[in-house]
Design a protein around this ligand. Structure first.
Ligand code: HEM
Ligand code: HEM
Length: 182
């Protein structure tokens, strides 16, 4: 029996939704940084709502992943490549959960709730107010965002190496077209 070398449709959909949302959310944070105050507040409101949505999608993705194991990596891959790929993916999941939680905590320490596009309001976590800690968390959040961008660059370089040097059709594992090599 030949095992599928492709991710499931649900895993693909969630991967690309989360990928687009992360890039949009990074651009929103950058836009807020360079905008006048009233625009910055609007950009940040969208940044926070998108960030919480990413958290929700990631939890669905992780639950799905527990029940539907990813396809095995190509047999000929070197041990270091398998280890690097696994490390980057685990780091992604840690950041996709931790960044929104740290952002939410930073808001909570300022006594702020998080409005999700007027649909509902996420309460502040019951942590009490602490301005200094909120600022520290925002700094950690910003550094985490930078690490995330570096990982995205590494992730894309890895994909390009597989596609054009190894020619193993790696990208097709995450798309419903093309032929990944076993
Ligand atoms: C921008 C944010 C992105 C994030 C957070 C992200 C995250 C991830 C994660 C966590 C996995 C592992 C899936 C699993 O086993 O559960 C993965 C796999 C994959 N991603 Fe991304 N990704 C992003 C963008 C991209 C982009 C832009 C591309 C291609 C241009 C891409 C192509 C792939 C491919 C081909 C795989 C399958 C790797 C394999 O198993 O061989 N990703 N991604
Ligand atoms: C995966 C989701 C998220 C990503 C990738 C992300 C990423 C970022 C990035 C790159 C910055 C800019 C940092 C800088 O330039 O110093 C930022 C800033 C910020 N984010 Fe997020 N974020 C996410 C979710 C959230 C959530 C859910 C909240 C709050 C509920 C939040 C609140 C903030 C705040 C308040 C800032 C401004 C921090 C400052 O003024 O230094 N973020 N975020």
């Amino acid at each position: 029996m030949t095992q599928s070398r492709r991710y499931s449709g649900v895993a693909m959909l969630l991967h690309w939704l989360i990928a687009v949302a992360v890039i949009v959310n990074w651009r929103l944070a950058e836009a807020a940084e360079n905008a006048v105050r009233s625009d910055a507040i609007a950009y940040m409101a969208n940044h926070k709502a998108t960030g919480i949505t990413i958290l929700a999608l990631t939890l669905v993705r992780l639950a799905w992943r527990l029940v539907h194991r990813p396809p095995p990596l190509r047999d000929g891959m070197a041990a270091w490549e398998k280890a690097l790929s696994r490390t980057v993916h685990i780091a992604f999941y840690i950041l996709l959960v931790a960044l929104p939680l740290i952002g939410w905590a930073a808001e909570s320490y300022e006594g702020h709730t998080v409005d999700i596009w007027g649909l509902f309001t996420l309460p502040a976590l019951p942590v009490g107010e602490n301005e200094a800690l909120s600022h520290t968390l925002e700094e950690i959040h910003g550094t985490g965002g930078t690490v995330m961008l570096a990982l995205i660059a590494l992730h894309i370089i890895g994909m390009l190496k597989h596609m054009f040097i190894d020619k193993d059709g790696n990208l097709w594992r995450m798309l419903p077209v093309g032929q990944p090599r076993g």
